[in-house]
Design a protein around this ligand. Structure first.
Ligand code: C2G
Length: 133
């Protein structure tokens, strides 16, 4: 069984998230998602709208996702790859090169981001609608 691993916050789930989850799953037979905890997000200066528990259940409801594990630190990836027998690590190309150290342990693939959508854009668009009516 070819196992794939990716990480993220996956807040306010949108097509960009679904696209990368689908493409990640298509690279193997099993997809594990390292989901950023609320505490870890604070370290990324991110405050997710949905709690970790809700983001986890939402991800587990997606047919491309087989397992969700917590992401609590930047330096858990090697252990996650080894402990979960991961063959392929996948991230969006906004992270291009940042995780090449994993190449010793598994294949590392950066996939093109989906243009025109992000959680930040959703929040900004909603805020401007509220302001401009
Ligand atoms: N993504 C994408 N296209 C978008 C938006 C996001 O392909 N339009 C991808 C990102 O590249 C990432 C994944 O969706 O691979 C999750 O994005 P975020 O939830 O924003 O995750 P991020 O804050 O990048 O956290 O240790 C890695 C970090 O946890 C990644």
């Amino acid at each position: 069984m070819k196992k794939v691993l990716t990480y993220g916050t996956f807040d306010l789930l949108h097509i960009g998230h679904i696209n990368i989850l689908q493409r990640a799953k298509d690279l193997g037979d099993h997809l594990t998602v390292g989901l950023s905890t609320d505490e870890f997000n604070a370290g990324k200066n991110k405050k997710a709208y949905h709690s970790y528990e809700n983001r986890k259940f939402i991800l587990e409801s997606i047919r491309f996702v087989d397992q969700v594990i917590p992401e609590t630190t930047w330096d858990q990836k090697i252990k996650d790859v080894v402990d979960n027998n991961i063959d392929v690590f996948v991230m969006g190309d906004d992270w291009e090169g940042k995780f090449d150290f994993l190449k010793e342990y598994c294949e590392v693939i950066y996939l093109p981001r989906t243009i025109g959508i992000s959680t930040t854009k959703i929040k900004d668009d909603l805020n401007s609608k509220v302001k401009n009516g």
